[in-house]
Design a protein around this ligand. Structure first.
Ligand SMILES: [Fe+2]
Ligand SMILES: [Fe+2]
Length: 382
């Protein structure tokens, strides 16, 4: 019998996981699928710790198992295994593969991995043992060919080749799904219906403070803020920025955008002098964020300078500034150049983004806030 092993953290399991399993099972003609959620600690690093006053209910191991059972309910011959969860601690693939080999000594076992994992596979713990126990099945995005030299090196070292499975990705990521859920935004297209219902019933991932802040924004603005949060959290990891801080700062960055300065929610706010109207909401927003209970100075500054920028910004400040300018709903000449730079280097992206903003303000005859000029001077020569 052909058996497909599919591991991951599945927090939460989303539609693309289900589609990957379905297509791999079909391509390999596997008679059985075993889904193996990893044992994960709720907070992998200090950077994952919740921001003060922004707590959220993260799924327990039992929740992840329950969500997987719902997601794969339509699959026949499928087992959701609690093997790695019961082992606890760090899950190593070599022990998992050895475990299932001992359960199925005579069967053909396939172990599903992504192409990124294929390239890092030689650095895994005891990779020889893994290929001894199972055959690797690599999910290959359409039109992506695995690097010939890596394949050759793999064949020389392990005396076997992985089986490739072509897959056209829709680009859904667990980070994106978690971001939407924490903001109370619609993630229905990204999750199996039963999984979404389960999450909503238990209030998993949701951060009430952010949901309340977004409720102050008009519908279009709220959709923009959600896209800023998705962009910011997806870029946070690359620049080693806390994804939690990125999420909170992005979720709050425009919280005062639709509030008049005399709105009672801004009671006590003293508008700084000489600030153009289009910029003022960064200051009123930071004031409101503090009233919401945010104490983290970096988050408050990311809100406070998200429109103007300033010299010598923190990485979180730059992240929010750039996510605001490049979220998927932004369409203006030059946005792709900023996006490309944002994928590489924060300072380079700041220079291009500030240059573009100043040029736009000059073209339209709008007033230029001195802090933006100072920011550009700073990043121009960086
Ligand atoms: Fe803004
Ligand atoms: Fe914004």
């Amino acid at each position: 019998m052909k058996i497909l092993l599919f591991g991951g953290s599945f927090s939460p399991v989303h539609s693309e996981h289900v589609r990957i399993a379905k297509e791999a099972q079909k391509a390999l003609q596997a008679e059985k699928l075993i889904v193996i959620p990893a044992a994960v600690s709720p907070f992998k690093t200090k950077a994952d710790l919740p921001v003060e006053n922004c707590s959220q209910v993260l799924p327990s191991d039992a929740d992840r198992l329950a969500m997987l059972r719902l997601a794969f309910a339509d699959f026949s011959h499928t087992e959701i295994s609690d093997y790695e969860i019961c082992c606890g601690g760090t899950s190593y693939s070599y022990t998992t593969c050895a475990h299932f080999r001992s359960l199925y000594p005579k069967d053909e076992l396939y172990f599903l991995i992504g192409s990124d994992s294929f390239y890092s596979f030689p650095q895994w713990k005891y990779p020889e043992r893994i290929v001894n126990d199972v055959r690797l099945a690599v999910i290959r995005r359409s039109e992506e060919n695995l690097d010939e030299r890596s394949l050759q090196a793999f064949a020389e070292r392990f005396h076997t080749l992985p089986t490739c499975i072509d897959f056209s990705t829709t680009g859904i990521s667990s980070t994106q799904v978690r971001t939407l859920l924490s903001l109370g935004a619609d993630a229905s297209g990204l999750l199996p219906k039963a999984v979404q219902d389960y999450i909503l019933q238990r209030g998993l991932y949701r951060i009430d403070l952010l949901v309340q802040a977004l409720a102050l924004e008009k519908e279009n603005r709220r959709a923009h803020s959600v896209r800023v949060a998705v962009t910011a959290t997806e870029h946070a990891k690359r620049f080693r920025i806390s994804p939690q801080k990125a999420l909170v700062a992005a979720g709050l960055h425009d919280c005062a955008k639709n509030l008049a300065l005399d709105d009672k929610k801004l009671f006590g706010f003293i508008p700084p002098e000489g600030v153009p109207e289009s910029v003022m909401h960064q200051y009123s927003g930071a004031y409101l964020a503090e009233k919401f209970g945010i104490r983290d100075t970096d988050i408050l500054n990311a809100v406070r300078y998200h429109t103007s920028g300033r010299p010598d910004m923190s990485d979180l400040e730059k992240l929010i500034y750039l996510a605001d300018m490049t979220e998927a709903g932004r369409h203006y000449p030059g946005v792709d150049e900023i996006r490309a730079a944002f994928d590489r280097d924060l300072n380079e992206a700041m220079r291009i983004a500030l240059q573009r903003t100043l040029a736009f303000l000059r073209e339209t005859g709008s007033s230029i806030y001195p802090l933006s000029l100072q920011a550009y001077e700073y990043y121009k020569n960086d």
